[in-house]
Design a protein around this ligand. Structure first.
Ligand code: HT7
Ligand code: ZN
Length: 873
């Protein structure tokens, strides 16, 4: 397969002045007539090249004259017309079969509803077109379909015409006044219910808001609608960005490859990212819906009005929009808790990616299949890069930079460099070194060392980044590194750098500009050696090692005024204890290191009622097994599981009374269910306590009672999650009950599949295989595949890594099945096999054998080939 390179970017040699599309919808044979007005803007000899895949070409005409077959060349990947005039009208008719489209890219059917997914390269599966983001034009779209079957016909922009046709058909015409790239085109048709509302913009325009869903789901939309209105208001308040059309549609579909899609004025959402009611949605689901609705809405400016010049610039819109949705969620909920969640996911998903065979820069420089680059690096690390700029420039400087970026680039397709340039020009700050974050892959390892002498605390910071595939040499990054100093009795100390006036006021926290491989910062005026609080707020996405003693960590857990650093002290303390325990066990010494000081410090924090319950729930959660295994040179998944379970038990025994009290108190405080951040915090703390209490199987009845009495999905799932791990009769009873209650609710049923797939039990793989034969299981629905197969491979380290290789073989079989059905999902699923270099010798052999089996399969899709071949190296 061909490698596409950033260095080979060349502008498209034609401008598309306008595009007219007419669809005659039919499941087996949809006709698409496309009329492009083109004018040459590049090389006078350039042929016209259009992308196209899986299309049946019916006819081609230039300026109304049909072209003979020898005038053009149609291949598997496109259409080429060697000789074209400098300005002309091109009309192309193609035929496609939405019903047979299992890839869910282009036009497809989901439960009888027509819908499209064009990002990144789906439009070429609808018609021949220069399917690249820098070709922007205005669209006029007419949809014709059977009126009884498809009463609702939607596309981007404004509805400008509609009427009836012969044979029970009807049509609607849509016009989008804003130029857009083809990846933002959308069409939806079907028998849909509408939930309607409106929003008045700050300049006084009324925008009609609709959420379109399958009939029966209307009552599950209000939360998404409220989230949309909050997001619209927030973008006006925080960035001065107002919505630009009088209509905004969201459609919920059941079959969807990702979370949602920001098509201009017609966002298409995975049903999971829209529908919510207490019966089926957890607090986490509500928070996810709020964030995704906001994210897609924010794309209207950061992505749609200003889009990417090429797909290497993907983080220009995704990193920036993730950062904006993170800011929004922090404003709607608890900022410290949100930050902890962001860092947890960054560490769970992006750090391993950056340390493995698929490591790539935030702005990648080559790809085989762009679908494989919607990665944690482009999204999450991309957002961290924007967050660092925000930190370096400050709130006002960043806002000025955003204003300038929008003023300069509105209506165009641009680059990450141009974004950084706007930030530089608006603030006067030099970001030349900082921009390395876009081009250099790998997570910097930062090592801190402190020396105290004569009232001066010298903090030395060293940074280093390991080589990543294709990048052997690394250079120092510009790291904004927030620090504080704490005295031994817990007081925050002033930070006065050497050379600063001794009488001036010194701040209690400050951001250091770390730019060199080694740098020392000297803090003066101190009476005794302080404890450093480092990378506060996680200002930089780095791995940090610092020479903290156990006593230092316990002190930070107790006194650090920075809520992130306080949580982090607990996590790192637990990590160190657990890794020591794993090593002891591996060396045949079965005595776990003494955890008393940590367990006591944890008890103190959890009992501190001045702390928000949601925050205490974060403190309570030990680092995940994946995170712990990731810290080891050779992952010992079984050892990690055993050590973590033992520490959990230790904490549970020591604090049994505290957990009982917390559970009772916060179940009561949560009251009747409402999807608020406050209620969610009480439930998180109570359910965290339940998880500790039920480490003793004698307490299983607590979970079973909670399961039966629950008035919401958060509590019901929390109970079920602990029960599935236990060998108690309540386990099967509650699983059966859950199935019977929710078998007709697809989103709830996904939870039933998942909860069984993640159980760390010897019989789990057999159960997962049985579930594949469940009448509601299908490999054609990505949500279901993720719920069962994805949860097993990514959420169950001990069973997935079973010594006999059965977990690996099972996953490889599913990937091969998806190769023809939905390679985009297959490629995502296969990624855990790429961690083989980090496993022991036996598992390495088993994992590489499965990668080889995948690579040897005939007709491998580009998506799967790229991930499997890179993972094998
Ligand atoms: N911009 C979108 C990314 C996307 C996507 C969405 C749904 C299905 C397939 C997709 N491929 C790429 C989603 C977003 O980040 O907002
Ligand atoms: Zn996005």
């Amino acid at each position: 397969p061909r490698v596409i390179r950033l260095s080979e970017y060349a502008p498209y040699p034609f401008t598309v002045e306008s595009l007219d599309l007419a669809f005659d919808l039919d499941p087996k044979a949809t006709r698409v007539e496309s009329t492009l007005k083109l004018s040459r803007t590049g090389d006078s000899g350039a042929a016209l090249e259009l992308d196209g895949e899986d299309l049946r070409l019916v006819s081609v005409a230039i300026d109304g004259e049909a072209l003979a077959e020898d005038r053009y060349e149609a291949t598997d990947s496109g259409l080429r017309i060697a000789k074209v005039p400098d300005a002309f009208t091109l009309t192309i008719t193609t035929e496609i079969a939405p019903e047979d489209n299992t890839k869910l890219e282009g036009l497809y059917l989901s439960n009888g509803m027509y819908c499209t997914q064009c990002e990144a390269e789906g439009f070429r599966r609808i018609t021949y077109f220069p399917d690249r983001p820098d070709v922007m034009t205005t669209y006029r779209v007419t949809i014709r379909a059977d009126k009884g079957v498809n009463p609702v016909l939607l596309s981007n922009g404004n509805r400008v015409d509609a009427g009836d046709l012969d044979g029970g058909r009807h049509y609607v015409t849509w016009e989008d006044p804003f130029k857009k790239p083809s990846y933002l085109f959308a069409l939806v048709a079907g028998d849909l219910a509408r939930v309607q509302d409106s929003f008045r913009t700050r300049s006084g325009r009324d925008v009609e808001l609709n959420i379109w869903v399958e009939h029966g789901n209307e009552s599950r939309c209000p939360f998404a609608m409220e989230s949309l209105k909050k997001a619209m208001k927030w973008d006006e308040d925080v960035y001065g960005l107002e919505y630009d059309l009088n209509l905004f549609n969201i459609v919920a579909v059941s079959h969807f490859n990702m979370g949602a899609m920001e098509n201009k004025s017609l966002n298409v959402f995975n049903a999971k990212a829209v529908l919510a009611d207490p019966e089926t949605a957890t607090d986490a689901d509500y928070a996810y819906i709020e964030a995704v609705v906001a994210h897609e809405y924010f794309h209207n400016w950061t992505g749609n009005r200003i889009t990417c010049r090429d797909w290497f610039q993907l983080s220009l819109k995704e990193g920036l929009t993730v950062f904006r949705d993170q800011q929004f969620s922090s404003d709607m909920r608890s900022a410290p808790v949100e930050r902890i969640d962001q860092v947890r996911s960054l560490r769970a998903r992006q750090f391993p990616e950056d340390a493995g065979p698929l490591a790539h820069p935030v702005r990648p420089d080559s790809y085989i299949e762009i679908n494989n680059f919607y990665t944690a690096t482009v999204y999450m690390k991309g957002a961290e890069v924007i967050r660092m700029m925000h930190r370096l420039l400050g709130e006002d400087g960043f806002r000025k930079g955003m204003d300038l970026y929008i003023a300069r680039h509105d209506g165009t397709a641009t680059t990450c460099d141009n974004f950084a340039k706007a930030m530089e020009d608006a603030s006067g700050r030099d970001l030349s070194q900082f921009k390395r974050w876009y081009s250099q892959a790998g997570t910097p390892q930062v090592e801190a060392e402190g020396r105290f002498e004569d009232g001066v605390y010298a903090l030395t910071i060293r940074q280093h980044t390991d080589p990543t595939p294709g990048q052997d040499t690394k250079h120092p990054q510009h790291i904004p590194f927030e620090v504080g100093l704490i005295s031994r009795d817990g007081a925050a100390l002033p930070l006065r750098l050497e050379g600063e006036p001794a009488d001036g006021e010194a701040p209690l926290t400050r951001v250091l500009d770390v730019t060199e491989a080694e740098q020392t910062f000297r803090f003066t005026g101190l009476e005794a050696e302080p404890v450093p609080s480092l990378n506060r707020g996680f200002t930089a996405p780095v791995r940090l090692t610092a020479p903290w003693s156990d006593a230092d960590r316990a002190l930070l857990m107790r006194y650090d005024p920075d809520s992130f650093a306080k949580w982090e002290a607990g996590q790192q303390y637990a990590t160190q204890l657990l890794l020591n325990a794993v090593n002891e066990r591996a060396a045949g010494r079965n005595v776990a290191p003494d955890a008393t000081r940590f367990v006591d410090a944890l008890g103190t924090t959890l009992s501190d009622e001045t702390l928000d319950p949601a925050y205490r729930a974060q403190m309570m959660a030990l680092p995940t097994e994946d995170y712990l295994a990731e810290q080891m040179p050779v992952m010992d998944v079984d050892g990690v599981h055993a050590a973590r379970e033992a520490l959990k038990r230790d904490i549970a025994v020591t604090h049994a009374d505290l957990f009982t009290k917390l559970r009772d108190q916060h179940r009561a405080a949560a009251g009747p269910f409402a999807p608020t951040a406050e209620g969610a915090g009480h439930r998180a703390l109570a359910n965290g306590a339940l998880a500790y209490l039920t480490t003793d199987p004698a307490n299983a009845h607590l979970a079973a009672e909670q399961y039966d009495a629950a008035d919401n999905m958060t509590d019901r799932m929390a109970a079920l999650r602990v029960l599935v791990e236990l060998d108690v009769p309540e386990r099967d009873r509650c699983l059966t009950d859950f199935h019977d209650r929710y078998q007709h609710n697809e989103l709830a049923l996904d939870k039933w599949f998942s909860v069984q797939a993640v159980a760390a039990r010897p019989d789990t793989l057999a159960r997962v295989k049985d579930l594949m034969s469940h009448e509601k299981f299908t490999m054609r629905n990505p949500n279901r595949v993720r719920a069962l197969v994805g949860a097993f491979a990514m959420g169950n380290p001990t069973v997935f890594h079973a010594k006999d290789g059965s977990g690996y073989a099972f996953l490889a079989d599913r990937v091969l099945e998806l190769n023809s059905l939905n390679p985009q999902i297959g490629a995502r699923l296969l990624q855990p096999l790429g961690r083989w270099k980090r496993m022991d010798e036996d598992r390495r052999k088993l994992m590489t054998a499965e990668l080889d089996r995948i690579l040897a399969a005939p007709d491998l899709a580009r998506d799967i080939y790229e991930i499997a071949s890179k993972s094998r190296q």
